[in-house]
Design a protein around this ligand. Structure first.
Ligand code: COA
Ligand code: AMP
Length: 637
């Protein structure tokens, strides 16, 4: 069936379409209900496969072992930062996961309990995720680049029974000691977990090891626990039971705990592995992300394993570990059919290897397509990647909330013509539209708010953890009947979607989603700061970089340089290194409307050297010239 027909069917007859997709999974209890409503009068109360029962650890592991894939590699672990390369077959991974589920069970974890996982890109992170799923519990993975405060905020919200962590992560130029960060987070958090299980990284060179201090009775050593563990069988959960909570940046300092269901997610991932990525059981997928992000959840761990593929878990960077040929080496070594990474990664490779010389050393004949997502794919990077690799490059758009692509060139259904700058067309299941601020549809090629008509297809967020009101106000309230994506853009006359950027205070730094609101809260907490704003300024490598503007309190005795140093350290301490918060410019005033709203968009335009029109509501027009001058001085100094 062509893309057009499939998309039409998915919108006109979603029940029939998704029932067919769901029937391809080995449910314990096949659902008889496909799309149902908890409240018949409320179109927002939809659920997918409500009476179905399944277990994602079973579907990703045991099922494949039972069907002849026990000896196939499930995970290739490739770690240039430690020199370790190893792999796990499906049978080995199933056994490790079953035993670790036994460890968690021994520590009291059962169906519905939460487990926070704070780990680097090592196989034990995936093992922990799948073990939690095996028990019908709910995992919440926290990206390793987040500092103790961010971890504490997530612990307080998710209230985990157990935390799983590792001795340390390894960045190319430094070790990241997770255990002290975890200790600090637990001390800071109001909610106290019952136990932590720590993986000590001993299989790495001596200079890459750190000594662990385990707190007796609270911290347990992963390896000791595993040596005495009893394997546990998968526990059946309802399709609507949460599989995980994944925190993502919103506009405030408190991250949003996106809740993912089990049955809808399994169906959507299984479908997308074939329809979007054109993968088949036995193929290898190489997704260069991190298990701390949604891309890692969906296309390093769950998606590839649901389909019976091999996945690459890569602990390294696109460049300098050891060089700009790393992605191409991996693609050759593990026979990857798909490479998936953020445009930033390819911009970094291009910077180091503009002519693609490294690539010439590797055989990429197995690679079918390079996928990119996480931020806008600029035409120059798109063209470069396509030219040097000779492979089709697919830009696709999605979010933590969707869990899988909303727009893509659906290469497994039909390869459509590409339009540079567009993430192509809505994937079956998604009815994407553009509305103006009053909720009226706009004409083709007109920019507006990108929305998706309800019901969202299977796999998308089921809510915000313990906060139905925030779910409504963040996503459903602005345009009744639609999910509001927070992205702006347009759809052209052929139905191609162009995502132009966020309409809120979320920025994208190296494909990492961050909240400027959250950074502002941290900056404002400094005793010398009277007022501040943080914006995302254009950056040729990372897409955007945060830029802070601060007004000092009267009478404080601190130089602008010292204040900047302290604020940079404070954001790093509170949010983490990944925020890349490096610049604060001290100004006398900030541009505001008469009602006191800071005109952040104009500040961004000034920082990016773009033209802007001065709104009639501005309170203090001279502040604009002053900011332009302060920023210009900063650039030239
Ligand atoms: N644990 C701890 N710290 C981490 C981390 C992790 N998992 N990941 C990043 N950091 C730290 C880095 O060490 C760095 O710290 P520093 O200020 O001490 O140097 C900081 O966070 C910024 O990291 P990064 O964005 O990786 O910057 P970089 O300059 O080291 O590398 C790139 C530049 C382009 C190579 C890198 O940004 C990259 O690989 N980008 C693609 C990321 C990606 O895949 N995003 C998509 C997610 S879907
Ligand atoms: P995250 O939730 O971290 O995956 O970030 C999602 C956000 O990243 C989206 O709301 C977009 O702003 C941006 N994004 C992701 N993919 C794309 C893309 N292909 N093109 C443009 N922006 C993208």
């Amino acid at each position: 069936m062509s893309y057009q027909l499939q998309h039409q069917e998915s919108i006109n007859n979603p029940e029939q379409y998704w029932r067919r997709q769901a029937s391809k999974l080995a449910w314990y209890q096949q659902p008889t209900q496909t799309l149902s409503y908890t409240d018949g009068n409320d179109p927002e109360s939809y659920q997918w496969f409500a009476d179905g029962e399944l277990n994602l650890s079973y579907l990703t592991l045991d099922y494949h072992v039972e069907h002849g894939r026990g000896d196939q590699v499930a995970i290739f672990y490739d770690s240039p930062v430690t020199g370790v390369q190893t792999s796990y077959t499906y049978a080995q991974l199933r056994d490790e996961v079953a035993c670790f589920a036994g460890v968690l069970q021994k520590h009291g974890v059962s169906k519905g309990d939460r487990v926070v996982i704070y780990m680097p890109m090592i196989p034990q992170a995936a093992i922990a995720m799948l073990a939690v799923a095996r028990l019908g519990a709910i995992h919440s993975v926290v990206f390793g680049g987040f500092a103790a405060h961010e971890l504490a905020v997530r612990i307080d919200d998710a209230e985990p029974k157990v935390v799983v962590s590792a001795s340390h992560g390894i960045e190319p130029h430094r070790l990241v000691p997770y255990k002290p960060l975890l200790d600090k987070a637990i001390e800071k958090a109001e909610f106290k977990p019952q136990a932590s299980i720590i993986y000590q990284r001993l299989q790495v060179p001596a200079d890459k090891q750190v000594k662990l201090d385990l707190n007796p009775g609270f911290d347990f050593d992963w390896q000791t626990e595993m040596s005495a563990a009893q394997p546990v069988a998968p526990v059946a959960v309802k399709s609507t039971d949460p599989l995980y909570i994944l925190y993502t940046s919103g506009t405030t300092g408190k991250p949003k705990g996106v809740v993912r269901d089990s049955g809808g997610y399994a169906t959507a991932l299984h479908f997308s592995m074939q329809s979007v990525y054109n993968l088949k059981p036995g193929d290898t997928m190489f997704t260069a992300s991190d298990v701390g992000w949604v891309v890692g959840h969906s296309y390093i761990v769950y998606g590839p394993l649901l389909l019976g593929c091999s996945t690459v878990l890569y602990e390294g960077k696109p460049v300098f570990t050891p060089d700009a040929g790393a992605f191409w080496r991996i693609a050759e070594q593990y026979q990857a059919k798909v490479i998936f990474a953020a445009p930033t990664a390819f911009r970094a490779i291009r910077k180091e290897d503009p002519n693609g010389d490294f690539l010439k050393h590797y055989d990429l004949s197995r690679v079918e397509t390079i996928f990119m997502a996480g931020e806008r794919l600029d035409p120059a990077t798109y063209e470069w990647a396509q030219d040097v690799s000779g492979k089709p490059v697919v830009d696709h758009w999605w979010q933590t909330e969707s869990g899988w692509p909303i727009c893509a060139n659906p290469t497994g259904i039909e390869t459509l013509a590409t339009k540079v700058g567009s993430s192509s067309v809505p994937v079956p299941g998604y009815q994407v539209q553009v509305l103006d601020d009053l909720g009226e549809p706009v004409a083709a090629n007109q920019q507006g708010n990108i929305v998706i008509q309800l019901p969202l297809p299977p796999g998308c967020l089921a809510g915000i953890w313990q906060n139905p009101e925030r779910f409504r106000s963040s996503y459903l309230q602005q345009f009744p009947g639609y999910y509001s994506s927070g992205d702006g853009g347009y759809i052209d006359e052929d139905g191609y979607v162009f995502i132009m950027g966020r309409t809120d205070d979320v920025i994208n730094v190296a494909g990492h989603r961050l909240s400027t609101g959250e950074m502002e809260e941290v900056v404002a907490s400094h005793s010398a700061v009277a007022e501040c704003c943080v914006i995302g300024a254009h950056d040729s490598l990372k897409g955007q970089q945060p830029l802070g503007l601060g007004i000092m309190k009267n009478g404080v005795d601190i130089s602008a340089e010292q204040l900047e140093k302290e604020l940079v350290a404070l954001v790093r301490e509170e949010i983490g290194a990944l925020a890349c918060f490096k610049t604060v410019v001290v100004v006398k005033r900030l541009p505001k409307t008469r009602s006191g709203k800071i005109l952040r968009k104009i500040v961004r335009n000034i920082a990016d050297g773009q033209s802007y029109s001065v709104p009639s509501t501005i309170d203090d027009p001279e502040s604009l010239a002053e900011i332009a001058e302060a920023l210009a001085q900063r650039t030239t100094s």
